[in-house]
Ligand binder design. Structure first.
Ligand SMILES: [Zn+2]
Length: 249
C-alpha cells in the first residue's frame, strides 16, 4: 500500500523528525509534503528534508511547501527561496479565529496566489469561515492546487472543484460531529480527492487526543475507503496518484 500525506507540519528536533518519518514509512506512507506557513513552520520544512536524508531506515520521499499563512498578514515578510520547492503554502484566509484583519489576510493571500502563478507552482490553501472571499480571489487569480483540511459544506466544495482544485480531507472526517465533512468527502470525485494528517494537529479516531503524526494517515484512509465503499488499497492508490498529479511536475 502506498499512502501520500499531502499536508504535515514538523517542528521537532532532527532526531524527532527522523523518528516520525521512519514510523510513517512503516505505516505505508511512501510520500508526504512538509508544509510551512510561518517562520518556525518554514524552518521545520527544511529540517524535514534533512531528516528524510539522514533517517536511518526507509523514509517517505518528502516534498516541500513554503509560504506565509493568515497569521503572518500585515507583517514585513522576507522573500522565500523556492528552489526545489513543490508548492506555495500554506496560505489563505481564516475568519473563524480573531486573527489579522480580513483586508490584510486578503492582501497576503492574493500576493502569494500571484507568486504561485509566476513560479508555476500549485498552492496549498487554508480556508475557514471565509468562503466568499476565498472564491472571489480564486476567480480573479488563476492559481491551481489544493484546498487543504476541507471542512466546508458540499456547495463550497463544488465551487472549488469547478475552479479545478483538488480537495484534501483530514482526520476531522472521523470525528463524530463532522457530518458536514463526511457529506463533502462522499461528494468529491475520485480524481480530485486527497488525504492528509495536518499533523501535529487533528489526530484521527482512534488516535484522537494524541499529537498527530503522518503514520496515523492510515486511519483516515481506512475510514474514507469505507465511506466510499472501496478497498483500502484502491483508495490509497487513487489518492496517491492524485497527489502526484497535482504536486509532482
Ligand atoms: Zn496546516
Amino acid at each position: 500500500m502506498e499512502l501520500f500525506d499531502t499536508h504535515a507540519h514538523f517542528e521537532g528536533t532532527d532526531e524527532e523528525i527522523a523518528a516520525l518519518l521512519t514510523r510513517a514509512a512503516e505505516a505505508g506512507v511512501t510520500q508526504l509534503m512538509a508544509v510551512g506557513g510561518s517562520e518556525s513552520l518554514n524552518a521545520g520544512v527544511l529540517r524535514t528534508l534533512r531528516g528524510s536524508r539522514s533517517a536511518p531506515k526507509a523514509s517517505p520521499s518528502v516534498l516541500l511547501a513554503l509560504g506565509w499563512d493568515r497569521d503572518q498578514a500585515g507583517q514585513d515578510l522576507p522573500e522565500l527561496d523556492y528552489t526545489g520547492v513543490a508548492a506555495v503554502g500554506e496560505i489563505g484566509l481564516d475568519y473563524y479565529y480573531e486573527g489579522a484583519p480580513r483586508k490584510a489576510q486578503m492582501d497576503l493571500f492574493a500576493r502569494q496566489l500571484e507568486l504561485s502563478c509566476k513560479l508555476d507552482l500549485p498552492v496549498v490553501i487554508h480556508t475557514r469561515e471565509a468562503d466568499d472571499d476565498t472564491l472571489g480571489l480564486l476567480r480573479e487569480i488563476p492559481a491551481r492546487g489544493i484546498i487543504h483540511c476541507f471542512t466546508g459544506a458540499p456547495k463550497f466544495c463544488g465551487q472549488l472543484l469547478d475552479l479545478g482544485f483538488y480537495v484534501s480531507i483530514s482526520g476531522i472526517v472521523t470525528f463524530r460531529a463532522a457530518d458536514n465533512v463526511r457529506e463533502s468527502a462522499r461528494y468529491i470525485p475520485d480524481d480530485r480527492l486527497l488525504i492528509e494528517t495536518d499533523s501535529p494537529f487533528l489526530a484521527p479516531v482512534p488516535k484522537r487526543g494524541n499529537p498527530n503524526e503522518p503514520s496515523f494517515l492510515v486511519h483516515t484512509a481506512r475510514f474514507l475507503a469505507d465511506l466510499r465503499q472501496m478497498p483500502l488499497e484502491t483508495f490509497a492508490a487513487l489518492t496517491t496518484a492524485n497527489a502526484r498529479a497535482v504536486l509532482v511536475k
